[in-house]
Design a protein around this ligand. Structure first.
Ligand SMILES: NC(=O)c1ccc[n+]([C@@H]2O[C@H](COP(=O)([O-])OP(=O)(O)OC[C@H]3O[C@@H](n4cnc5c(N)ncnc54)[C@H](O)[C@@H]3O)[C@@H](O)[C@H]2O)c1
Length: 260
């Protein structure tokens, strides 16, 4: 029997590359899937078809995670339509390139609003409902190696991901006694999102980047999803407040050697 049979998972930014891969992996393992994203752009229907083909139910909602009330309404609508969500994957994020010199307070604020506060909104809404109903659950934040490694071209993103790590730890501490385990998956360079659009345009950049990673390869979204699913597996009972770092060894390389 699939290990997540009949659980309901909510995934923010679930129409993006990594979010979609998480949706499919969790569905494959038996979960019904609720996806929220700030825009559809024709991406929800193909995902619905894929999840339905796997025999699982699917709900899509337009939601901006930076709006706490909208996230609460979304989580309530998921409960009504699919059942109580016991798995949350706060995954939605933006990344805009702007060095410290180029940063504006608007860019800074957008990163905090979406990547940090938005992730908190979803995790908090789901966890508080679980506490209220005395039900166990799992929260898996999608963090990044940028949460502990400074990147000169995306400082606002780095700061938001560093903050997210502490949200994860504080929630893990608070909710452990309620049977809610809270962890982070921290990928390195994934062939997804903004990185993918850069790699698609520039094969030489892809080769250079892969060569700078100790394992010699870019990570694929499906691999991130496997780590997320592992942390949702009911047989994993004691991992909480942890960071599952999957960066191909990037964090082990010194800053000087890392920069291509
Ligand atoms: N791509 C990488 O190299 C990489 C590496 C490490 C971590 N990550 C993390 O993985 C996660 C997914 O990134 P991805 O690479 O799949 O990017 P992506 O751009 O493909 O997906 C992000 C999704 O979030 C959605 N989103 C953005 N703002 C939102 C908002 N306010 N409300 C709701 N949805 C919103 C977007 O519409 C998009 O569908 C992010 O948390 C990112 O920080 C990515």
């Amino acid at each position: 029997m699939p290990e997540l049979d009949d659980r309901v998972a909510v995934i923010s930014g679930g129409l993006g590359d990594i979010g979609r891969a998480c949706a499919v992996e969790l569905a494959r393992r038996g979960a019904d899937i609720a996806v929220g994203d700030r825009d559809d752009a024709g991406r929800a229907e193909p995902l619905r078809a894929e999840i339905t083909r796997l025999g699982r139910r699917f709900q899509f909602a337009l939601v901006d995670v930076s709006d706490a009330e909208a996230v609460r309404r979304w989580v309530a609508s998921v409960e009504k339509e699919l059942g109580l969500p016991t798995i949350a994957v706060p995954n939605a994020a933006i990344v805009e390139m702007a060095s410290m010199a180029e940063l504006t307070s608007a860019i800074w604020q957008r990163h905090l609003d979406v990547n940090l506060t938005g992730a908190f909104h979803l995790a908090h809404a789901v966890a508080q409902r679980l506490v209220e109903l005395k039900r166990p659950g799992r929260i898996v934040f999608i963090g990044s190696w940028a949460g502990h490694t400074a990147h000169a071209h995306i400082p606002a993103y780095c700061v938001a991901k560093a903050g997210l790590r502490m949200v994860c730890k504080c929630m893990a501490l608070e909710y452990a006694r309620h049977g809610i385990l809270v962890n982070e998956v921290a990928p390195g360079v994934v062939n997804a999102g903004l990185s993918r659009s850069l790699f698609d345009k520039d094969p030489a950049l892809t080769r250079r980047t892969a060569a700078s990673i100790p394992t010699g390869e870019l990570m694929q979204p499906e691999e991130v999803a496997v780590h997320v699913a592992h942390l949702c597996d009911p047989r994993s009972r004691n991992a909480t407040g942890s960071v599952l770092l999957c960066d191909g060894g990037l964090s082990l390389v010194t800053a000087t050697a890392r920069q291509p």
